[in-house]
Design a protein around this ligand. Structure first.
Ligand code: ADE
Ligand code: ZN
Length: 333
């Protein structure tokens, strides 16, 4: 019988659609990078080997501070290769990561060099460990709509086969979704799959307006759709895919525990649910843990867990040949 993320073989195949690359850097590795670049990150460490924050806004600030240790294309290669090979050892067969050109640009890593570094690391990880990776280029809401247009324009000006999606992260309460419509239109015209954080911090209205103005096929989190029966129906009919990150929602304070998290109800109500880790190094969990927590909370068997992986593969922003390859990997388990 396959096991979730356990070193004993065979492993249950896992797939992830929602993970921020900068947040895959474990504190010990961040300290190593900080030393390399002469940066002090002690203010954001909690003394117990973790990052420290007390609210969602503080989390975003700490996230920016941690991102400052990633300063060169080589750093980007290193963290990407590290994440993908670590997760391959736990059964991950496919992963999409959000990559933020604004964060990389602060220290002079231009868009093409950033994408080349991350994509080369994904290629190396696939050769060495069999895991497939793709990039979702991401704008940050609270950096402003103009910045997000610039990010979309870079993506459009420098096509790369590993860049297959466009997304929007950051403070959901910053600006209106309509402000970002232009950026999403540029990305759509460039052939990108589209997703945005919505229904995480804000409620059902944020989801409705994301669907209306941004034309996304997937929602980052989207869990607060649970508060609106009509919206749930609409999401099910449209086949909108939820990138559900249970531990993140609990860590940010949306729900008290996995027992209170709506993932099980969302499944029961016919939503297309996938599981992801969001910011694994911040929350001290990884994708295998997410699968295990959800299985334990809801008594899901391996077939049910494989269902989350299949949903992710069907919703993945990848080409049809890659999707077919991934399907056959899951079928073999
Ligand atoms: N950036 C990194 N993690 C995030 C989250 N959980 N929500 C919004 N923006 C983010
Ligand atoms: Zn996220």
């Amino acid at each position: 019988m396959p096991e979730v993320g356990n070193s004993s073989q065979p492993l249950l195949p896992l797939a992830e659609l929602h993970c921020h690359l900068e947040a895959t850097v474990e504190p010990a590795d961040a300290l190593r990078l900080a030393k390399r670049h002469g940066v002090d990150i002690s203010p954001v460490l909690n003394g117990a080997g973790g990052y420290q924050w007390n609210s969602f806004h503080e989390f975003l600030t700490v996230y920016d501070a941690v991102s400052e240790v990633i300063r060169t294309a080589e750093d980007y290669f290193e963290i990407t290769y590290s994440y993908f090979t670590r997760m391959a050892a736990k059964g991950m067969i496919y992963g999409e990561v959000f990559v933020s050109p604004a964060h990389a640009g602060r220290f002079g890593v231009p868009y093409p060099a950033l994408v080349d570094a991350v994509a080369s690391a994904m290629e190396a990880a696939e050769n060495d460990a069999g895991v497939v990776g793709r990039i979702i280029v991401t704008g940050v809401r609270h950096y402003g709509a103009e910045h997000v247009v610039e990010v979309a324009q870079s993506l459009s000006d420098h096509p790369h086969p590993y860049v297959t999606g466009f997304g929007l992260a950051g403070d959901e309460a910053s600006g209106q979704n309509v402000d970002f419509a232009k950026a999403f239109a540029i990305a759509r015209d460039a052939g990108m799959g589209l997703t945005t954080h919505a229904g995480e911090i804000l409620g059902p209205e944020s989801i409705r307006s994301a669907l209306e103005h941004l034309g996304v096929s997937r929602l980052g989190h989207g869990v607060r759709a649970i508060e609106d029966e009509g919206l749930l129906m609409e999401l099910a009919v449209r086949g909108v895919v939820l990138e559900v990150c249970p531990t993140s929602n609990i860590a940010i304070g949306l729900y008290d525990s996995i027992a209170d998290h709506p993932v099980g109800v969302l499944v029961e109500k016919g939503q297309t649910v996938t599981l992801s880790s969001d910011d694994p190094a911040f929350f001290g969990v990884d994708l295998a843990d997410e699968y295990r927590f959800v299985a334990e909370a809801h008594g899901y068997d391996d077939a049910a867990l494989c269902g989350f992986t299949k949903n992710a593969i069907e919703a993945a922003f990848c080409d049809s040949q890659t999707r077919e390859r991934l399907r056959s990997k899951v079928e073999k388990t």
